[in-house]
Design a protein around this ligand. Structure first.
Ligand SMILES: CC(C)(COP(=O)(O)OP(=O)(O)OC[C@H]1O[C@@H](n2cnc3c(N)ncnc32)[C@H](O)[C@@H]1OP(=O)(O)O)[C@@H](O)C(=O)NCCC(=O)NCCS
Length: 178
């Protein structure tokens, strides 16, 4: 099935997530270098969990929007970006991950710009926020290049296997039009 594109960029586009994306995402998230900087760094995900998440949690009206990141040249799924925990104040948490061999090409900077556009212009959300481990400067850079402000640091806040308790930086971006 051809992907349904929601936002189109120069390098990547954001598409409706389908069950066909599950095997690609399952392989990406289980790469130890990808999951070490995610919220559950030690966890190994099963393919069954990936299907369950896509079927039941990834896109819940009023709660979450998770989109596949498609590499424009090949339309391959190379990662995911999503807004979750949308609340009554029209705030949401933004999160993402990308296949390792696509890192360092500006892809997540572009995908984040596309997701921010969707969240603010189409969904009229007021604020996006997220948290980033101090040992993940690439993600901080992605956020800062998209206008997010660092609002503080929780010291020795989260346990990451191999790292111990790491500092966590919090970022937010306000929608000036909402
Ligand atoms: C974080 C992640 C999404 C970044 O994606 P990406 O497409 O490689 O990011 P981009 O290429 O758009 O931008 C990365 C920026 O960080 C910079 N960067 C990379 N490693 C860095 C480091 N160790 N120190 C400082 N800056 C670094 C890059 O130079 C680039 O900045 P530039 O464009 O000004 O040169 C990707 O590494 C990833 O999926 N990591 C695992 C999952 C994860 O951490 N998700 C986020 C959880 S908060």
């Amino acid at each position: 099935m051809d992907p349904v594109l929601i936002e189109k960029g120069k390098k990547v586009s954001l598409a409706i997530l389908t069950r066909e994306d599950a095997p690609a995402l399952y392989r990406i998230i289980n790469d130890p270098e990808v999951h070490r900087t995610l919220s559950t760094p030690g966890k190994i995900y099963s393919l069954v969990e990936e299907y369950d998440w896509i079927d039941n949690y990834a896109n819940v009206p009023g709660k979450s929007v998770n989109l596949a990141i498609k590499y424009n040249e090949t339309m391959e799924t190379v990662g995911i970006i999503g807004i979750n925990d949308i609340d009554n104040d029209r705030r949401a948490h933004i999160g993402y991950y990308l296949r390792k061999d696509y890192w360092g090409k500006g892809i997540m900077t572009e995908a984040t710009a596309l997701m921010v556009d969707y969240a603010f212009r189409i969904m009229n959300l007021r604020k996006l926020f997220t948290n980033v481990y101090s040992m993940n400067p690439a993600s901080s850079k992605v956020l800062e290049k998209n206008g997010f402000h660092k609002i503080g640091t929780m010291k020795r806040d989260h346990y990451v296997p191999g790292e111990g308790f790491v500092d966590v930086n919090f970022y937010e971006l306000l929608n000036s039009d909402a």
